[in-house]
Structures are given as structure tokens and as C-alpha cells.
Write a protein that binds this ligand. Structure first.
Ligand SMILES: Nc1ncnc2c1ncn2[C@@H]1O[C@H](COP(=O)(O)OP(=O)(O)OP(=O)(O)O)[C@@H](O)[C@H]1O
Ligand SMILES: Cc1ncc(CO)c(N)n1
Length: 270
């Protein structure tokens, strides 16, 4: 049996709801072997980010070489990259190892408002990583910055997603609608000249810490199994919707999502 392997390159969340910790939980639940390279150690919890330290770029590169030489991944995702050298090294390694199934979650600002990406690094994400990207998963504020467009409707979401693919070189863009205020949480996928929307009822909850990390990790896990972009996004949307709906009421702020919910529902249905 070949075991699908996924790699996350991201920052940490010691409280377990976002970043590397959320990614590894997601890989595990979707039955993919999870590996990781840490870009920043972040002191945060459900109430917010307190501080962080960027990992020395040479150590990021060493972590990545260690993974690629021994347990080469079938798919890779990036989350918090924070500084230009981290982006440069990631781009170099992705090219060196010919990674095609690469999911770029352009993490910029935590839910608490703390910036996780330096201003100079935004441009590097666009020029160095988007052309190597299989699926990018910006939320509305991230897509506004990357496309330099205001986004306040589904049409605007489509325009920005199309720009990030047709003009910036990503193969596909899933623009997440979590930050809109419609009755449904609608995400727009643009790839190969076509649009598809993924909709789920918007759940009234403050427990949405790490939703973006979890969604992109779930897409990466499915891609690692060889699934198509559409099928991977469909499974990832079902995973995050269940995880938000059955949230765990942990912590004093915006709590984490429930990584058991997706499989619990599958086994209840069986
Ligand atoms: N209240 C909600 N109810 C249902 N689905 C939601 C809700 N909020 C977000 N989602 C879904 O969760 C996924 C993540 O979207 P979101 O826009 O919240 O990402 P994000 O802002 O990058 O998250 P974060 O920065 O906290 O990791 C999307 O599929 C979105 O539609
Ligand atoms: C490390 C990390 N990555 C991403 C996010 C965005 O939710 C976060 N809060 N922390």
C-alpha cells in the first residue's frame, strides 16, 4: 500500500487551533501521513497572537531538505511564511523537487488582527510563489491585497480569482467567502477558464480559529491522494463545515474547530 504524504510549511499555534497544529490534525483525520517544516514560532491562543520569532531561513531550508530527501511529499502547502527569505527558500525547494501539487494559503493577518506577513513579503508571494501554485486559497482581505481590487460581491470574488490565475500564474484559485455576511458561506473556485461555487450554511459562531489553515490542509491532503482540484475542494469544504458546526467550546476567545466531526458524521451515516 502506498501511503500518501503531505507537507505543511507554516508557523505554530501552541493552543492547537491554527497553523502547523491544525494542518497535522487535518492530514491525520484524512488519513494522510503529515510532515512539517516550521517557519515561525508563534505565541498565540484563542484570544490572539502575542509575539512570534521567525526561524532562521537556513534552518527552514534544512528542515525541508530533511523531509524531501527521506519522506518526499505527494502534496505541499504553505501557511505563514512571514519574511522574504522564507518565501525565496520555499520557491527554490518547490522548483528543485519539481513539486506540482502545491497549495498556497496566503496567510497575512490572524483573526485577532495581528500581522503574520511583512509588507515587503506580499509582493514576493505573488511573484515567486503564485506561478508555482496549484491552488491558492485567499480569504477576502487577502484577495483584495493580492489583486488590488475591492471585493464586496460574488462577481468581485470571481474577478479577483480570475486575476490571480490568468494574470498571476496560479493554476487554480479558491477565494473563500468566510468574511462576507451572506446567509451562506460561499467559496469561489476558478480554474481552467471555469467557475464553480461551494456553498454551505453560514454558522453563527465565534469559534472559527484556524478555519483557513484547516481548509487548505484538507485540500492538500486530498491532492496528496491524487484527487482532482474539484473533488479535493468539495471534501475540504465538507470537512471544514462539519468542523465549524460541531465546534468544541475550548478556550476563552475564538475557539478551534472540531477535527473529529467529519469522520464522526461519515461513521454515523454508515
Ligand atoms: N461562520 C461560518 N460558517 C460556515 N462556514 C464558514 C464560516 N466562516 C468561514 N467559513 C468557511 O470556512 C472556510 C475558511 O474561510 P475563512 O474566510 O474563514 O478563512 P480565513 O479567514 O483564511 O481563516 P483563518 O485566517 O481564521 O484561518 C471557508 O470555506 C469558509 O466559507
Ligand atoms: C501560525 C498561524 N498561521 C495562520 C494563522 C491564521 O489563522 C494563525 N493564526 N497562526
Amino acid at each position: 500500500m502506498t501511503i500518501p504524504i503531505a507537507l505543511t510549511i507554516a508557523g505554530t499555534d501552541p493552543s492547537g487551533g491554527a497553523g502547523i497544529q491544525a494542518d497535522l490534525k487535518t492530514f491525520h483525520e484524512l488519513r494522510v501521513f503529515g510532515t512539517s517544516a516550521i517557519t515561525a514560532v508563534v505565541s498565540q491562543n484563542t484570544c490572539g497572537v502575542r509575539s512570534f520569532v521567525d526561524i532562521d531561513p537556513a534552518l527552514i531550508e534544512d528542515q525541508l531538505q530533511a523531509v524531501f530527501e527521506d519522506v518526499p511529499p505527494n502534496a505541499v502547502k504553505t501557511g505563514m511564511l512571514s519574511i522574504v527569505p522564507a518565501i525565496e527558500i520555499t520557491a527554490k525547494i518547490l522548483k528543485q523537487h519539481g513539486v506540482s501539487r502545491y497549495v498556497m494559503d496566503p496567510v497575512m493577518v490572524a483573526k485577532s488582527g495581528h500581522s503574520l506577513l511583512s509588507k515587503e513579503a506580499v509582493q514576493s508571494l505573488i511573484t515567486m510563489l503564485l506561478p508555482l501554485t496549484y491552488v491558492t486559497t485567499p480569504n477576502i482581505p487577502e484577495a483584495e491585497i493580492m489583486s488590488n481590487m475591492r471585493i464586496s460581491s460574488l462577481d468581485d470574488m470571481k474577478k479577483a480569482a480570475r486575476y490571480l490565475v490568468d494574470d498571476c500564474g496560479a493554476f487554480a484559485c479558491l477565494l473563500k467567502g468566510g468574511h462576507m455576511s451572506d446567509e451562506n458561506a460561499v467559496d469561489v473556485l476558478y480554474s481552467e477558464g471555469g467557475f464553480e461555487t461551494f456553498s454551505s450554511p453560514r454558522i453563527a459562531t465565534k469559534h472559527t480559529h484556524g478555519t483557513g489553515c484547516t481548509l487548505s490542509a484538507a485540500i492538500t491532503a486530498e491532492l496528496a491522494k491524487g484527487k482532482s482540484v474539484q473533488s479535493s475542494v468539495e471534501t475540504a469544504k465538507a470537512y471544514i463545515s462539519a468542523a465549524i458546526e460541531d465546534s468544541l467550546q475550548i478556550g476563552h476567545g475564538n475557539g478551534p474547530t472540531n477535527h473529529w466531526a467529519f469522520n464522526d458524521r461519515l461513521s454515523n451515516r454508515a
